[in-house]
Design a protein around this ligand. Structure first.
Ligand SMILES: Nc1ncnc2c1ncn2[C@@H]1O[C@H](COP(=O)(O)OP(=O)(O)OP(=O)(O)O)[C@@H](O)[C@H]1O
Ligand SMILES: [Mg+2]
Length: 232
C-alpha cells in the first residue's frame, strides 16, 4: 500500500505582521506519511502546533519550508504550490476536514449544509438530502433542528452537524480536529464508530483527539508534534 498524504521537512513559523514582523516558530522538520486505512493521531501539549499542522495538511496555512503533498486523481499534488482552483478540487473530491468549530452560514438550513459536499460532487438534491438525513439521524440530531440554520445550536449539536458535513462525502483523506471535544459519551461512541467505519473503508485519517479513550479506539499510530518543536 502506498501513501496518499505526505510531508517532507515541513516547517511552520508564523510571522506576526501586526507586531513588526515578529517570528513565532512552531514546528520544523516534520516527515509524515499516511496510507489508506491508517489513522495517525497528532499528540502534544496545548500550543505545540497540532491544529497548525492539520491546517498545513488542508492547505489553509502555507508551509514556511518543506513539502505537503496529496494523491489526487492518481497523481501527487503539492498543496502549497497548487492554484486555488486545484485546492478546491482536492477538497471537493479527495480531502475532507472536520474543524473543531462549525463555520455557520447564516440562513442556510442544517440539512442543506450537510448535503452540500454531495451536491458539489454532482449528487441530485433529493439523494443528497436523503444521505444528510441518514447522517444526522445516526448522529442523534433531533429532527426538528434539521430545517433550522445551526447558528443557535448548542456546541455539541453544532459539532455533530460539522462531523456530518465533513464526513458525508467519504473523502479518501480525512482530517479531524478534536471531533468529539463537545460531545457526551453516547455521541462520542457514535463518532468513534463512524471514524472506525471510514478507516475500514480505506480512508487515510489524521486527527487530534484530546480524549485518550477516543484516541486509543481510533488511532493506528501517533505522532508527537512536541518532538518537532523549533528550538528558539
Ligand atoms: N494564525 C496564527 N497566527 C499566529 N500564531 C498562530 C496562528 N495559529 C496558531 N498560532 C500559534 O501557533 C502555536 C500553535 O498553535 P496550535 O493552535 O497549532 O496549537 P495546538 O497544539 O493545536 O493547541 P491546542 O491543543 O490548544 O488546540 C500557538 O502558540 C499559537 O498561538
Ligand atoms: Mg488545536
Amino acid at each position: 500500500m502506498t501513501a496518499v498524504l505526505e510531508t517532507r521537512a515541513l516547517t511552520k513559523t508564523f510571522t506576526l505582521h501586526g507586531r513588526g514582523g515578529l517570528q513565532l516558530p512552531v514546528f520544523s522538520g516534520i516527515d509524515l506519511s499516511v496510507q489508506p486505512g491508517e489513522c495517525l493521531a497528532l499528540t502534544g501539549h496545548s500550543g505545540s502546533g497540532k491544529s497548525s499542522l492539520l491546517r498545513c495538511l488542508y492547505g489553509n496555512y502555507g508551509a514556511s519550508s518543506g513539502e505537503v503533498r496529496i494523491r489526487h486523481n492518481g497523481a501527487w499534488v503539492s498543496l502549497p504550490d497548487a492554484a486555488p482552483r486545484e485546492v478546491y478540487d482536492v477538497r471537493r473530491r479527495t480531502l475532507g476536514y472536520v474543524s473543531q468549530f462549525l463555520r455557520v452560514i447564516p440562513r442556510v438550513s442544517t440539512l442543506d449544509i450537510v448535503a452540500d459536499p454531495l451536491r458539489r460532487l454532482g449528487v441530485s438534491p433529493e439523494q443528497a438530502r436523503a444521505q444528510a438525513i441518514l447522517w444526522l439521524t445516526r448522529l442523534n440530531l433531533q429532527a426538528h433542528l434539521w430545517h433550522l440554520p445551526p447558528a443557535t445550536f448548542s456546541g455539541g449539536e453544532q459539532q455533530r452537524v460539522n462531523i456530518a458535513h465533513g464526513m458525508i462525502a467519504a473523502s479518501p483523506v480525512l482530517l479531524l480536529d478534536e471531533p468529539t471535544a463537545s460531545l457526551d459519551a453516547d455521541n462520542r461512541r457514535v463518532v468513534v464508530e463512524l471514524i472506525q467505519a471510514a478507516r475500514a473503508k480505506g480512508a487515510a485519517i489524521v486527527g487530534i483527539f484530546h480524549d485518550d479513550e477516543v484516541r486509543d479506539a481510533v488511532a493506528t499510530r501517533c505522532l508527537d508534534v512536541e518532538h518537532f518543536r523549533t528550538p528558539i
